[in-house]
Design a binder for this molecule. Structure first.
Ligand code: 5RP
Length: 233
């Protein structure tokens, strides 16, 4: 099975978490792309009555193109569930996210949701987080200072994410630092707290205690992993 087939399998499997009447967070990336396409199909062909809050301009544009109804996050009290991708998932369902630079809106939407479902191919499962460089959203003002502070705090290289020959600008007008920690993040909650204490750090791509279910797909098909004690257990 190709990686894209695995992503498609996981992305579509997660749609079974969705019931008519739900308000959904719609994540960002190539895996959840398949979820959004399938939700739109069920909306048009099967009468699945849902509205979504997108976590990025890219997902907003995809859902709009597919005719899936959207609402503003501020216009709903809460969301039932967010379905999103991840760059790494560990055994405790802790995540690294932000490979698509959407981590701030993704975390805002996840915190507003009653549950979080992650869709991923099985290359994303790890024992210890950090082989995937940790995305950190920072303010452009004082960006070099924040970049050096992150490198010093974590004791690793920290690179400014580029878009061609310019710094990548997020949907929120910020920049992204990728911290090359290696698979060393044994206490991601402490790492997140230390990074958030830096004034120039807007948000960190560590999602701790948020993910309740992972739809994971690989050569042997798709499986639904449930976090013990989580909101969907
Ligand atoms: C975007 C993200 C994505 O969900 C993450 O990068 C996974 O993307 P993909 O499904 O394309 O591998 O966090 O900020």
């Amino acid at each position: 099975m190709s990686i894209d087939e695995a992503k498609r399998l996981a992305g579509i499997a997660a749609c079974d978490e969705v019931k008519s009447g739900m308000k959904l967070g719609l994540g960002t990336g190539s895996t959840v792309h398949h979820t959004v396409v399938e939700l739109a199909r069920r909306y048009h062909e099967e009468g699945l009555d849902v509205v979504g809050v997108p976590t990025s301009i890219a997902t907003h544009d995809l859902a709009t193109e597919l005719g899936l109804p959207l609402v503003e996050l501020d216009d709903v009290d809460a969301l039932d569930v967010v379905i999103d991708g991840a760059d790494e998932v560990d055994q405790a369902f802790q995540l690294i996210k932000g490979g698509g630079a959407a981590l701030l809106r993704e975390k805002l939407v996840a915190q507003a949701s009653g549950a979080m479902v992650v869709v991923a191919d099985d290359r994303k499962m790890v024992d210890t987080l950090g082989a995937f460089p940790l995305p950190i959203e920072i303010t452009p003002f004082g960006g070099g200072t924040t970049q050096r502070a992150i490198a010093s705090l974590l004791g690793c290289d920290a690179s400014l994410r580029m878009d061609g020959d310019q710094p990548l600008v997020t949907d929120n007008g910020n920049h992204i630092i990728d911290a090359h920690t290696g698979p060393t993040l044994t206490d991601p909650a402490a790492t997140e707290a230390a990074l958030l204490a830096l004034a120039g750090v807007v948000q960190v791509g560590l999602f701790i205690g948020m993910c309740d279910v992972v739809h994971l797909a690989g050569a042997s098909g798709a499986e639904r992993l449930v976090r013990p004690g989580g909101r969907l257990a």
